[in-house]
Ligand binder design. Structure first.
Ligand SMILES: Nc1ncnc2c1ncn2[C@@H]1O[C@H](COP(=O)(O)OP(=O)(O)OP(=O)(O)O)[C@@H](O)[C@H]1O
Length: 317
């Protein structure tokens, strides 16, 4: 009897259910639940110390959950029949032997999993460090280490990729490259890409879905468009009440803000033109923060978040 074909690689998602991790009396991850869909890039966002890395480590079986589940393709990492072909991770750009070339590092890793050397060269080409990979990894820049880590994560051609702050240490061109590469992996290769960052702006242009955590807990999740909300513009004129009437007659939502008007429902060009046509000289016109930017700022600056980080000087051994 022949074995049935493996399930489609494009169908492997991530499920986190009631996931909790405590270190002593400190709760690093607190009853977290979310799903990550295949063939999309999902941003895993939160301020420093929110619990992102701990969650990723639980998905990889490196940290044991106190309770709840962290599943890839419906299974715990330890129960995956082919872990390397299911999930690849670039957690930190360290762990490479400094005296060994990047290429040799990958070859050793590949050999221990029965992966041919040509896959190593193919990947070094793909991540853009074919020549540099012959040099000793000890001399690599942070950006090169990030690319090498990404190549290592891709060795087994996994369905799911977990990338922890992959833009760290990359220059603007490297960041552009990384964004395009993540989109390519998800959209053209159908991979499930979960990318963590403590900077919203770093991933905002790349991700389709967002999971935001703070203090180990879920803060918000949804598509990036849902979370951004309607774009709003701040407009200042000498007679805000007069302009507000004009814009409201046009069906726009207008609220007083910061001595001017916060207008939702139209872009700056339309508001400027409307104000001009109604005889108002515009003193200032600028886009306001999106709902997502506001939320992220609140989370980053909340006293609860600061206190939590100050209170974490007791690392478990
Ligand atoms: N082994 C450990 N023992 C004690 N506390 C830990 C341990 N590992 C993580 N923590 C704490 O758990 C919290 C969450 O850490 P984690 O690294 O998961 O956050 P993060 O969201 O990835 O932050 P960053 O953006 O800084 O990487 C932090 O306060 C951290 O100090």
């Amino acid at each position: 009897m022949t074995t049935p074909p493996a399930p489609s690689p494009s169908g492997t998602g991530i499920s986190v259910r009631g996931l909790t991790k405590t270190f002593g009396s400190f709760t690093a991850v607190d009853d977290l639940s979310f799903e990550v869909a295949p063939a999309r890039v999902t941003g895993f966002l939160g301020p420093n110390g929110a619990g992102k890395t701990t969650t990723l480590r639980m998905l990889l079986g490196l940290v044991r959950p106190t309770s709840g589940e962290a599943l890839v393709g419906g299974r715990r990492y330890a129960d995956l029949p082919a872990p390397m072909g299911t999930v690849g991770a670039a957690l930190e750009a360290t762990g490479f032997h400094p005296g060994r070339s990047g290429r040799n590092h990958l070859r050793v890793l590949a050999a221990s999993h029965g992966i041919p050397d040509r896959r190593v060269d193919e990947l070094l080409e793909l991540v853009g460090i074919p020549a540099a990979a012959r040099k000793k990894a000890g001399g690599y820049s942070m950006g090169m280490r990030q690319r090498l880590g990404l190549a290592a994560a891709l060795l087994g051609d996994p369905d799911v990729l977990l990338l922890d702050e992959p833009a760290n240490g990359l220059d603007p061109e490297g960041i552009r490259w990384m964004r395009g590469f993540m989109r390519h992996l998800a959209q053209e290769q159908g991979k499930t890409v979960l990318v963590s960052s403590h900077l919203l702006g770093e991933v905002e242009q790349t991700v389709e879905d967002v999971v935001i955590i703070a203090n180990g807990r879920m803060a918000r999740q949804g598509t990036i468009d849902e979370l951004r909300g309607d774009p709003a513009v701040l407009v200042r004129v000498a007679d805000p009440a007069g302009l507000a009437r004009v814009l409201q007659e046009d069906g726009l939502d207008v609220q007083p803000e910061d001595g001017g008007l916060r207008v939702t429902g139209a872009d700056g060009a339309r508001i400027g033109e409307r104000a001009h046509a109604a005889g108002h000289a515009v003193h200032e016109l600028r886009p306001l923060r999106t709902d997502l930017e506001r939320l992220f700022l609140e989370l980053t600056e909340s006293p609860e978040h600061r206190n939590r980080n100050l209170a974490t000087g007791t690392e478990a051994a």
